[in-house]
Ligand binder design. Sequence first.
Ligand SMILES: *Cc1c(COP(=O)(O)O)cnc(C)c1O
Length: 391
Amino acid sequence: MNTEEIINLDKKFVMQTYGRYPLALKEGKGALVRDFEGKTYIDCFAGIAVNNVGHCHPKVVEAICNQAKKLIHTSNLYYTEPQVELAKLLAEISVHEKSFFCNSGAEANEGAVKLARKFTGKGEIIAMENSFHGRTLAMITATGQHKYKKGFEPLPEGFKHVNYGDIQSVADSITDNTAAVFVEPIQGEGGVIVPPEGYLAELKKLCAENDVLLIFDEVQTGFGRTGEMFASQLFDVTPDITTVAKALGGGFPIGAVLAGEEVGGAFEPGNHAATFGGNPLACAAAIASVNTIIDENMLIKVKENGGYLKYKLEEQAKLYGVIEEVRGYGMMLGMELGMNCAEIAAKAREQGILINCTADTVLRFLPPFVIDVGQIDTVTCVLESILQSIS
Ligand SMILES: *Cc1c(COP(=O)(O)O)cnc(C)c1O
């Protein structure tokens, strides 16, 4: 097939929920992907912060192939080795002892809300304006953006919203029925919005004082994206529950709810389940992916090369007035433009660079950790030529 044939079939047979770019990808390796016409692109988006270890990392490929030959799926009626191995690994690298496995970010967040309600016996969840937590009914409710809810009412009860970064409004919103405060440590889809200095630590203190759980949605920030394994480590704040998905499986779909012994222990047999959750194939991919981040010292690359990318973007901000701010940590960077950036992303794509425009005006950079300095130079060079042409 060629790109045009693929696009035509999609239009005919796939529900049109995505405003897709006119691009069909055929293969990928490291930080590069190739389309059906043979054109190569530098991927600065990594499948939305999923392909952290790079496309088709040999260790992930090998783990998937080996596991696929042994056992692909069993259901959770039986124990499997990859699932307990992955749970042990997550306990080693995070502040939490226990895992519940599911298949996506939204599903992990649903599980976290259920766990918080079960543990506290309370119903109310305080979430943030401008947040993003996924597309299930409860998660579009938790998400603090009207555009995701419109047309899908009625929505589940029990969620209220406060401004991200405003500690006083959280304090004012906590009641006797508050189960948890639910927050992305860094808002991703909302435009790479970093927390004000000390905000997350204050949030933790406020929650602890009021017997309210703190849930970090690390679906996007997890597994090294910010230069630390989890953003909670970057800000030195320990949440009660963490949700992860995106990069966990190195591209294979898997999510998890992580919590400590006590909170995690609130779930009893029959309380929660997922048929595919933590199946052997997904867990084998996740073990390989997480171990690759560790074994190949990728966090150092994220800090060094992410720092280099940020420096290059900041240099451009000095030259081009349309750039209002460059922000973020590690390889989770946003460039705030004083204009809609969809066209810039489209021009970059034509010139072989995949970047994303989010929250209308923010160019979001989420490259695979294996992107090298030469590739970063190419990316910033192309971006500069585009900025020059529109200034
Ligand atoms: C992507 C994302 C989700 C939703 O994950 P899905 O796997 O698409 O359900 C939830 N929270 C955050 C912070 C995300 O970035």
